[in-house]
Design a protein around this ligand. Structure first.
Ligand code: ATP
Ligand code: PRP
Length: 233
């Protein structure tokens, strides 16, 4: 059996089903609408595991699933040395979103990451604590700001509705995913012009630590059906 983890709800689940369906591998939810069980048709010995998109990186790293569909942002943020733990088999062409840093639109002197650095130093001098950036992408934001030489900040954890933290006075800036930009605009935030940390999309990943002994033959026939060239796993 080859286990494949797919997002259990929302747009990522629907687009994943469409992508596989268009290539002759039909995936569907079984049971009730909210029941997290699924089935695969069109290929033998593949088991569908419905999971939260955010948990798929960990399941791949632990080797509990052989393949998984999730955003490249989640894999890069949740796994240290992600490419040692998983292999990218194919970008899927949906779930496009940019991880960016945004500040209040009314901060007219702050347009770039350098400006944020200056604002952070001034903020600390005035308020006696570090400027707060709300995010759930701790690893990626830290790596990016370190590479940019920005140190005078603190990250505050926000697992959802991150754009609201500025209005709620729990952060001064945010780092989050955006696609249409509507959520940022609605919350009076603007993107720093040079702050695209990552351009993310949904990707089909393979676990490097799963037990491939029994599943390798299934992977080869799946790859042939999906017209994928397999990297070294
Ligand atoms: N507005 C968006 N447009 C396109 N892709 C998005 C958007 N928001 C999030 N994504 C992508 O969807 C993936 C899943 O996002 P998220 O972590 O928010 O999961 P979720 O839908 O809240 O599900 P769960 O809570 O079950 O993990 C991420 O890879 C993210 O980049
Ligand atoms: O640029 P936009 O098209 O407006 O999309 C961006 C929003 O989409 C995501 O949130 P999601 O809907 O997943 O909810 P969440 O805040 O609970 O993560 C993301 O965290 C942004 O808030």
């Amino acid at each position: 059996m080859l286990k494949i983890g797919v997002p259990s709800k929302g747009r990522l689940m629907e687009k994943t089903f469409e992508w596989f369906g268009a290539r002759g591998v039909a995936m569907r939810q079984t049971g009730a609408e909210r029941e997290y069980s699924g089935a695969v048709e069109g290929i033998e010995d593949v088991e569908l595991v419905m999971l939260s998109a955010g948990e798929i990186p960990r399941e791949l790293a632990a080797g509990r699933i052989h393949l998984g569909v999730t955003g490249s942002d989640l894999v890069r943020d949740k796994l240290a040395d992600w490419d040692v733990q998983v292999a990218e088999l194919s970008p899927l062409g949906f779930g496009h979103a940019d991880l960016i840093i945004a500040v209040p639109s009314c901060w007219i002197d702050v347009e770039t990451v350098d400006d944020l650095d200056a604002a952070a130093a001034a903020f600390r001098a005035t308020h006696g604590f570090r400027l707060r950036i709300a995010t759930k992408y701790h690893r990626l934001v830290r790596e990016f700001l370190t590479a940019q030489g920005v140190a005078d900040y603190q990250l505050v954890d926000s697992q959802g509705a991150t754009e609201g933290t500025v209005k709620n006075l729990t952060a001064e800036a945010i780092a989050d995913i955006t696609s249409s930009g509507e959520t940022l605009r609605a919350n009076h935030l603007k993107i720093l012009s040079d702050s695209v940390i990552l351009q993310s999309q949904a990707v089909l990943f393979a676990s490097r630590s799963a037990d491939w002994a029994q599943a390798r033959a299934v992977l080869d026939s799946l790859a042939a059906k999906l017209r994928l060239t397999l990297p070294q796993i």
